[in-house]
Design a protein around this ligand. Structure first.
Ligand SMILES: Cc1cc2nc3c(=O)[nH]c(=O)nc-3n(C[C@H](O)[C@H](O)[C@H](O)COP(=O)(O)O)c2cc1C
Length: 258
């Protein structure tokens, strides 16, 4: 009887020790791998920025290629550059959840369904001797299942789209997840955001854009079988190009007052 008791307690002790050793190994691995994870996230974001701006090349490292891009912090309340934070380390996703770093949007303003808009955003500039070649702006908003995080890149005219893409979302692969399809992403290239009156005119249409339509230059095909994600993408693009997003910044940039 006592030997039976002994074997039960030993089994429990051994099981506990195995649990302890395993939890220590998992914790040490998680802590040790964290910096690598963070570095990889940064590289992935930079790779996406280069891709969306049409600058990604085979060969040179992402870090080397990213050297031609200048990150700047923009105060979205004024549309002017700010030194309040380091644009490289500023975490916009985190700021959007912090009441001191963001402001609640009214339901009328919140067409992207993001509830709060952060005060600052990091934008990325590619410049040449003549001025701005490309400006890459962070955008995010709700699709069907998730918040999509991405970028829109504009030419130096601050109206023609160079590219659009998302680096993080949880939409269904094959449906809303087709936002990652290179063929769909290509449809954005060369389209215009603002009409002649300066109003946000970009939109997603159900089906295929009719090239004879006078508004075709503002239109992109919606995703087949994913109308709700498409609507989310349209809304978030319109939000970030509008009054609560980068409109004032782009106006300031145009007039040289940013
Ligand atoms: C399992 C499942 C996943 C879905 N995922 C998406 C999605 O990611 N994005 C989306 O817009 N619609 C998704 N839908 C379809 C929507 O419910 C809806 O039917 C669709 O957006 C309508 O688009 P359509 O008018 O182009 O057919 C999903 C449906 C199911 C059953």
């Amino acid at each position: 009887m006592s030997s039976k008791k002994e074997s039960v307690s030993r089994t429990i002790i051994v099981a506990l020790m195995v649990c302890l050793v395993c939890s220590v190994v998992v914790s040490v691995a998680a802590v040790a791998l964290k910096p690598i994870q963070v570095t990889n996230q940064i590289i992935d974001k930079q790779r996406n920025i280069l891709l969306i701006a049409g600058l990604l090349e085979e060969g040179p490292s992402i870090g080397e290629q990213f050297e031609k891009i200048t990150p700047r912090l923009v105060d979205l309340r004024t549309g002017e550059y700010s030194d309040a934070r380091d644009p490289l380390t500023y975490d916009q996703q985190l700021a959007a959840k912090n009441p001191e770093m963001s402001a609640r949007l009214t339901s009328e303003e919140d067409i992207a369904s993001i509830r709060r808009r952060e005060h600052y955003a990091t934008v990325y500039l590619v410049e040449n001797e003549e001025g701005i070649e490309t400006v890459i702006l962070p955008i995010h908003g709700y699709g069907l299942w998730s918040t999509l995080y991405g970028f829109i890149a504009l030419e130096g005219d601050l109206n023609t789209i160079v590219g659009l893409g998302f680096y993080q979302h949880g939409e269904t692969p094959g449906l809303g997840g087709e936002v990652d399809n290179p063929n769909w992403r290509e449809l954005w290239q060369g389209n215009l955001v603002y009409d002649d009156e300066g109003e946000v005119a970009v939109e997603l249409v159900k089906g295929t854009v009719d090239p004879r339509n006078p508004d075709a230059q503002y239109q992109v095909d919606g995703l087949a079988g994913a109308t709700l994600t498409s609507r989310g993408v349209e809304n978030l693009v319109r939000f970030w190009m509008g009054e609560s997003g980068f409109r004032s910044y782009l106006q300031n940039l145009r007039s040289g007052e940013a």
